[in-house]
Write a protein that binds this ligand. Sequence first.
Ligand code: PLP
Length: 381
Amino acid sequence: MKRETILLHNGNEIDEQTGALSIPIYNTSTFHQKDFEKAQEWEYTRSGNPTRQALENTLAAIENGTHGFAFASGMAAISSAILALFRPGDHIIATKDIYGGAWRFFSKFINEFGVEITFADFTDISAVEKLIKPNTKAVYIESPTNPLLRIVDIEQTAALAKKHKLISLIDNTFMTPYLMRPLDLGIDVSIHSATKFLGGHSDLIAGAVITKSEELARKIKFTQNALGTILGPNDSWLLMRGIKTLGARMDVEGKSALAIAEWLTKQPWVSEVFYPGLPGHPGHETVKRQARGFGSVLSFKTDSFETARTILKNTKIWAIAVSLGGVDSIMSYPVTMSHASIPEDIRNELGITNTLIRLSVGLEHPDDLISDIKQAAEKAL
Ligand SMILES: *Cc1c(COP(=O)(O)O)cnc(C)c1O
């Protein structure tokens, strides 16, 4: 089956009891046990709930995994996966320009429990290999990275992990399982902030973890129940609803993102555009090989802080907000928003400067989105 169809038909979309074309929301904490001496499928919602189960099966199906897990947020998914799979003394090598919240979890939390972290530039895989030590247990990557949209070669990273018997994890939030399936490329664990494209409507906070390893799945399931970082039944239903339109949204938003990126490259007040869909992007050929689209997040640098400020102050259609992946277009300013928790010197080293603006392109007509940026930028001239 094609990916568009799997989003809608994966064996988890129809209620077995009634035939309803929408899985009921089982708003219950506990389940009556027919025989108190026997375990049964549903006992307590932290351990398992039919609405969440339908979602988790859907997540596994759309990413071509065997086990899916739904969490209370993207950070709950990331932290639970790390806590499930690693122990004090273990060493993890992670992408340098990683999501701010993941950076905080790695460098201000899990490190205090004795899990060692090294950040590395995964576009140079031989440099990453040199960082592997006897206690290295994992590589953790993002592609494209946030907010500068650098592309990591997934197959190359997975091969390096296999060679050294490391667990490979990816945060696949930006690409989504519709555009890229990391497990098919050899990655062990795929993680999402489902708050973004999977939910797709900026109306929910959720996270997901998918794997096709029995052993890793067993550890993740144990940890999800032990920590209680589960997604509730109402949000599970809302997320299932969002997933149904993922393909259509990614197609339209990706097309608009490319149009906006191309337009931005021609503006005199733009100094640099970061979008893997542009032929000049250093990761363009790699992303074409490993994904079937470029996504709908892009960023650009203006000629001065003043221009960036004027655009952010004067747009009318674009929401000025953190987050991305919703049907409404969002403009964000990484320095004070998503990457505020990263110290300034590290930010500057990563290229996250005060002239950088990030866009998440939604479903509005691209002409309107372009005119809105244009009128805002012209106020600076
Ligand atoms: C938003 C985001 C997260 C964190 O997800 P939450 O749902 O906000 O907890 C993790 N990774 C990436 C790439 C994100 O964009």
